[in-house]
Ligand binder design. Structure first.
Ligand code: ARG
Length: 304
């Protein structure tokens, strides 16, 4: 009798999982996890039950396609970032998104990825260069910081599929004599240290840059913008989304119409950490396919 009850219970759990699976992915996963846990504690003796449990696990593996990967801290997904890059990552006033203390597009996408992988998201805020290095050296599991994929970075780390695009733009004061990219020559440019904006701007004129001496690297975008307001630099080169946000918060500034370079943002992991990268890409693909990623972007960036 006890055995029959156990089999029935297992059947009900598996069936209810199957029913959920076709309607809602997220719920299905949660339900499945619960089902597995319950199975494990209820099923101690019968071979049939063991089979049922195995089948449930196989189904789970196939669905999330997560081959064994490890993270820096068990059960957690550490995201290194530089949370001074609105609307991608900002220090929150209060609790932040889901109690992380942070908010922004990257924080919400990272949280959704962590959920899919059954992990708790931990946001580690630091300088931008340090955030890249943390992922490279395996101190964090991944860097998510509006990071542009480029060859230099591909040489030292691996990247996920892209989840957003950025464009380098130029911020000037409203009364600036700078009207086009050509007018920047001979002027002082502010950028954030370690960013692609810094790299392009300080490149040689033959490569489309303005030379090292023309560029000052600041700790973050806002410091560069403040330097522009104080007249310490003549313009700021930075990604379009934070540029919009800084200009909206600082009257007297504008963005030049000329867009410079279009870039792909992706998640960086340590070179060769394919198991984690595959898991991240699997989760990301689902979140892109079901519209979650676009939904998150749309809550922070209103279409023009
Ligand atoms: N997209 C640029 C880059 O990858 C700037 C990123 C800066 N991100 C940040 N969170 N401060 O270099």
């Amino acid at each position: 009798m006890k055995k029959l009850l156990a089999i029935l219970l297992a059947l009900v759990l598996v069936l209810s999982f199957a029913a959920c699976a076709s309607t809602n992915e997220t719920t299905a996963e949660d339900t499945n996890n619960t089902a597995e846990t319950t199975d494990a504690t209820t099923d101690t003796d019968t071979a049939e039950d063991a089979d049922t449990a195995d089948e449930a696990e196989t189904a789970d593996d196939a669905e999330t396609s997560d081959a064994a990967f490890t993270t820096v801290e068990e059960g957690k997904l550490h995201m290194s970032t530089n949370a001074a890059f609105p609307p991608y990552e900002m220090v929150a006033d209060g609790e932040g998104f889901q109690g992380t203390g942070y908010e922004g597009i990257d924080v919400e996408i990272a949280y959704a990825i962590a959920q899919k992988l059954g992990l708790e998201l931990v946001v580690d805020d630091m300088d931008f260069t340090a955030a890249l290095e943390a992922a490279q050296s395996g101190k964090s599991d991944m860097v998510m910081a509006g990071v542009t994929v480029n060859e230099d970075r591909l040489a030292v780390m691996d990247f996920s599929d892209s989840y957003a695009t950025g464009v380098q733009v130029v911020i000037v004061t409203e009364d600036s004599p700078i009207a086009t990219l050509d007018d920047i020559e001979g002027k002082l440019i502010g950028t954030q240290k370690g960013t692609t904006g810094f790299t392009y701007a300080s490149d040689t004129p033959e490569n489309g840059g303005y030379g090292e001496d023309a560029v000052i690297g600041f700790d973050n975008g806002l410091s560069a913008v403040q330097a522009l307001k104080n007249g310490q630099v003549d313009c700021v080169i930075i990604d379009n989304a934070p540029a919009q946000s800084f200009v909206a918060e600082n009257p007297g500034l504008k963005i030049l119409d000329t867009e410079w370079v279009t870039e792909d943002y992706a998640i960086g992991v340590a070179k060769g950490n394919t198991a984690l990268l595959d898991a991240i890409n699997g989760a990301l693909a689902e979140l892109i396919a079901d519209g979650t990623v676009q939904g998150i972007i749309d809550t922070y960036i209103t279409a023009e």
